[in-house]
Design a protein around this ligand. Structure first.
Ligand SMILES: Cc1cc2nc3c(=O)[nH]c(=O)nc-3n(C[C@H](O)[C@H](O)[C@H](O)COP(=O)(O)OP(=O)(O)OC[C@H]3O[C@@H](n4cnc5c(N)ncnc54)[C@H](O)[C@@H]3O)c2cc1C
Length: 467
């Protein structure tokens, strides 16, 4: 058996969790963390798993919230991050929020005390040495420049982003298809022969003018000085486009040409908002060209004025931040290994997930997958019906390629899981309202996920050879 250590680079949420999972599987690990030798623009301490901003792991209810389901799954897989979060929680209603110092100190102490773990305080300032045969890179959104450049050179131009330009994503079943319709511009067929690839939401002149006014007036988030992201002309925030001229959007992402309203062919739309399918399941649709720095509350309000999106449920709202992440669907295999150099595995925010919990979740999976590989065992990722499986599925293949920059960081959400038929009536025959059906669906998805995770965890029985 190969007894050489696995190397984990970066001791944030993902790296700490990956290290723990490896160590608990009996594999020796060297965790390389550059702080305090070298800092980042957001971290303030030398603790592992430092929370750089909020102290919340968000909703903790597995029956009604996708991140709560992720918590539940991670607890079942002995997550260090969840165990320390639970031990250091502070009152936060239905959310799991933590005392950030107590939490980070606990993670650091548990790892430092583990007999399989060595912690090296050093920056890995280039590709890991050739004799490290198994490495997990978990260096996060603020990966040090020297390592980021080395990864860029290995992965190829355009495959590593240094900021995210996020357009909102809408759950398909919240779009009013009595108003919107499916059609590609000029009915142009895509590579798969699909001529109705987009969902189109029409606007008349008055609606467009009101929309532009709202964009210009809406509150915007400010960049932090170190975040200063240069705007690229290909992905200007919509409000910046609107500032350049009231007609700019109508000649850009909202142009109405080549489209005929299927519900009212005689009426020509003044502007059209297009949505493009975002995941293979067809449950998530992104608003094309709608990257924005509008505050989240304003986004929901303004985008729900778009005809067809009045009841939109947003799986993700737009944003623009400094961030370092790979074009994972193209670069990583299902084991989170870099196809171009399979000794390197990636974990955490650098894989294109978003959030503390999601980063730790991918760290958990990377740790388990690397441990199984080291121990000579075959391990497949969890099934796509689980939150963990949905998350890894999204970054390693669920996202549909939609041109340059189309893969953008994402939080866990129900749209990443395969849909489920919702019961229309209670057991005693009473008809369920829309809200009740929504709640019932989430609970059923949670139950399905936890049952499937349990089956994934249980080794299949060894069959006796037939006589
Ligand atoms: C400013 C900011 C605020 C955020 N706020 C939130 C929030 O409120 N809630 C939320 O859920 N998510 C937030 N996020 C998003 C994200 O979930 C967190 O950044 C999360 O910490 C990511 O986990 P990670 O393990 O991938 O990276 P990190 O936790 O950042 O860990 C990466 C580690 O790698 C180390 N490192 C980097 N380069 C090297 C190198 N070359 N050699 C050795 N070590 C290296 C770093 O020092 C760091 O300790 C925020 C992100 C940023 C940038």
């Amino acid at each position: 058996m190969n007894t050489r250590p696995v190397h984990v680079v970066g001791g944030g949420l993902a790296g700490a969790e990956a290290t723990w999972q490896l160590a608990e599987a009996g594999v020796s690990v060297i965790l390389h963390e550059m702080r305090p030798i070298r800092g980042t623009d957001a971290h303030h301490t030398d603790q592992l798993a430092e929370l750089v901003c909020s102290n919340s792991f968000r909703a903790d209810d597995w029956t009604g919230n996708a991140v709560g389901l992720l918590h539940a799954e991670m607890r079942r897989l002995s997550s260090l991050i969840l165990a320390c979060g639970d031990a250091h929680q502070v009152p936060a209603g239905g959310a799991l929020a933590v005392d950030r110092e107590g939490f980070a100190q606990a993670v650091t102490a548990r790892l430092a005390a583990h007999p399989q773990v060595t912690i090296a305080r050093e920056e890995i300032a280039g590709l890991p040495p050739a004799d490290w045969d198994s490495v997990i890179v978990a260096t996060g959104p603020l990966t040090s420049p020297a390592l980021a450049e080395a990864i860029l050179a290995l992965a190829g131009e355009d495959q590593l982003s240094f900021f995210d330009a996020i357009a909102p994503i809408v759950n398909f079943d919240s779009i009013d298809m009595d108003v919107a319709w499916r059609q590609s511009r000029y009915d142009k067929e895509g590579p798969g022969g699909e001529a109705a690839a987009y969902i189109n939401c029409p606007m008349d002149k008055a609606q467009y003018e009101a929309f532009i006014d709202a964009l210009l007036a809406g509150p915007k988030s400010e960049f932090k000085a170190w975040e200063n992201v240069p705007y690229f002309d290909g992905c200007l925030p919509i409000e910046v486009m609107a500032e350049r001229g009231r007609e700019t959007l109508r000649h850009g992402p909202m142009k109405p040409v080549g489209l005929t309203n299927a519900h009212n062919p005689a009426e020509k739309a003044y502007a059209v908002v297009q949505l493009r399918q975002d995941n293979a399941l067809g449950t998530l649709w992104n608003m094309v060209g709608f990257q924005t720095k509008l505050k989240h509350g304003a986004q929901s309000e303004i985008f729900r004025t778009i005809p067809g999106l009045e009841k939109a449920v947003f799986a993700r709202l737009g944003g623009l931040h400094r961030n370092t992440f790979l074009n994972s669907p193209r670069l990583l295999d299902r084991q989170l290994r870099l196809k171009a150099d399979t000794r390197l595995r990636f974990a955490g925010q650098v894989t294109g997930v978003e959030g503390y919990v999601e980063s730790a979740a991918i760290g958990l999976l990377a740790g388990r997958l690397a441990a199984a590989e080291r121990l000579g065992q075959a391990l497949e990722p969890p099934p796509p019906t689980t939150a963990l499986g949905a998350l890894i599925g999204h970054i390693t293949g669920g996202h549909l390629e939609g041109g340059k920059g189309s893969f953008q960081p994402m939080n866990i959400n129900y749209g990443l899981l395969p849909p489920l038929d919702t019961p229309k009536r209670t057991d005693d025959g009473r008809r369920l309202g829309a809200k009740e059906r929504g709640r019932a669906k989430k609970r059923l998805m949670g139950e399905r996920a936890l049952a499937d995770l349990a089956a994934w965890q249980t080794p299949s029985p060894v069959l006796e050879p037939a006589e």
